[in-house]
Design a protein around this ligand. Structure first.
Ligand code: SF4
Length: 498
């Protein structure tokens, strides 16, 4: 079959949608945020390896207009088109799906993504899409769906589709929505191929805070916690709930080292960004094995490794191992400076623990990107001031060039535990009725303070004279200068967004 995985170019007032590989969707002025869509990249890789023709057409990040996108897609003559969607853009995708089915009625159209994992039937009711592939391992299920359509296997789990109503004659044309059961998570991640970097144009991707050449990987899938059966439980965390069933799986250290060796030797990659929910750092054993693997291959010092991390993992032992491996940047969620808020969102950490662990990581010389949110409906100005104070305190502690933060307004996507809690407590604003308003520009939850003002205030910590001076004094080489230029551009774009 000929299968295209697409991101159609829907811009809004000239702003770019942050869709693929983004947990939080927004339209932005910043052209610096191009995150590599990892599971979609696995999807086309696996299809190609299985002998299908595969096209990866990310028109958003390739800067294509509608006509260029459509020409390339139609020239490819797809038998199947797969697209990833999210709540704020899904209505555009429904309209586009109807348009495509009008142009190419024989072409199968498949929706994936977090929103449709929570509400698979809705999309089949609202547009002419043929299938919804629910759950996070949609790469595996789409490959198996293609096999099924070719008559070479059964329907994989997690697929929603229309079927004629059994009690009515077929010619009545009346359908009902059926499914093949709950999405399954695939146990053996090591058996998946490495992403085909050429097919997926890896080099156009990257974010301002990464050294170049940078490549994204997934060391596993899901937010894990050392020694705990259950992974992260944050009530707003859409992928952990919609995709990973609150579990976590890691690839073996050897398998990840093999991929990194290929990226370094074949593509000259310097920075690896692991966009797994909380990286691999939740497993000390994994870190020990990984250190051994890269030493064996003579890879130490040839690349730097950055990832998301829960603060609780930044213990002395793990920091020591991470330093030996060559970890550079850690993206750590503070979320709020109020422990009461952290408790309410299921973060399973206190502010004091987060601060202590982040400071330890900074003492080890790791760059830290802090992420935090404002606008929790139960918070008062007193709480958001605590968040600001904690963020500023950590940003000014042993500042090194490359430390940064990201502040955003809490977004309760439909389907998450936070959304259900908001419904039950009457916290949703009128804007919450419109999917398209869940784009980080509208207040979806009732807030007791000015969200945009506090976001901007937090972003402005980057402009604090002490922070700037310490950053400049620790700016070392050509790579740092290039990163500084991209960082300033990105900050200008972000500040315009608020
Ligand atoms: S720690 Fe981060 S990745 Fe893990 S559940 Fe919370 S928000 Fe999600």
């Amino acid at each position: 079959m000929r299968v295209a995985f697409v991101y159609p170019p829907f811009l809004k007032d000239g702003k770019i949608p942050l869709l693929g590989q983004n947990r939080q969707f927004k339209y932005t002025h910043s052209g610096q945020i191009k995150i590599f869509p990892l599971i979609p990249a696995y999807t086309v890789t696996m299809l190609k390896q299985a002998g299908h023709e595969a096209l990866f057409l990310d028109a958003i990040n390739r800067g294509m207009d509608g006509a260029q996108f459509e020409k390339q897609l139609f020239d490819f003559k797809p038998d199947m088109i797969v697209l990833e969607t999210k709540t704020p853009i899904i209505k555009d995708h429904w309209k586009w799906a109807d348009y495509i089915k009008l142009q190419k009625p024989e072409c199968k159209l498949v929706f994936t993504g977090d929103h449709v994992s929570f509400f698979p039937e809705e999309t089949l009711q609202k547009c002419k899409a043929d299938y919804v592939a629910a759950g996070g391992d949609f790469d595996v299920s789409i490959l198996n769906l293609v096999r099924y359509l070719e008559g070479r296997g059964g329907m994989p789990a997690g697929i929603y589709y229309r079927a004629p109503v059994a009690s009515l004659p077929q010619h009545a044309g009346i359908h009902e929505i059926k499914n093949s059961g709950r999405p399954m998570l695939f146990d053996n991640l090591d058996s998946l191929p490495f992403i085909d970097r050429d097919l997926t144009r890896w080099s156009i991707y990257g974010e301002a805070y990464l050294y170049r050449p940078a490549a994204y990987i997934l060391s596993g899938r899901g937010c894990g916690r050392e020694g705990k059966e259950l992974g992260g439980t944050c009530t707003f965390c859409i992928w952990q709930h919609a995709f990973w069933q609150r579990r976590a799986r890691l690839r073996s250290a050897k398998n990840v080292a093999d991929e990194i060796e290929m990226l370094v030797k074949k593509y000259g990659v310097y920075e690896i960004f692991d966009d797994n929910e909380s990286g691999p750092v939740w497993s000390q054993l994994w870190l020990e094995e990984f250190l051994h693997e890269i030493e064996k291959r003579g890879l130490k010092g040839k690349f730097v490794f950055s990832c998301n991390a829960r603060a609780e993992n930044l213990t002395e032992e793990k920091c020591r191992l991470m330093k030996a491996i060559g970890f550079r940047l850690l993206k750590v969620g503070l979320e709020s400076g109020s422990t009461e808020t952290l408790h309410r969102i299921g973060k399973l950490e206190t502010v004091e623990e987060i601060m202590e662990n982040v400071k330890r990581a900074k003492r080890y010389g790791f760059r830290v990107m802090l992420t935090m949110m404002v606008g929790y409906p139960w918070e008062t100005v007193k709480d958001v001031k605590l968040t600001y104070k904690a963020a500023k305190n950590m940003m000014l502690y042993k500042t090194h060039f490359g430390d940064s933060l990201q502040a955003s307004i809490i977004m309760p996507y439909p389907g998450t535990p936070l959304y259900r809690e908001a419904e039950n407590n009457g916290w949703l604003t009128d804007e919450a009725k419109d999917y398209e308003k869940m784009d980080m520009e509208h207040d979806i939850l009732k807030s007791n303070y000015d969200n945009a003002r506090w976001c901007k205030k937090m972003w402005n910590i980057h402009k604090n004279p002490l922070f700037l001076m310490k950053s400049l004094l620790t700016l070392r080489d050509k790579r740092d200068w290039a990163l500084a230029v991209r960082g300033v551009k990105s900050l200008v774009g972000h500040t315009k967004d608020y």
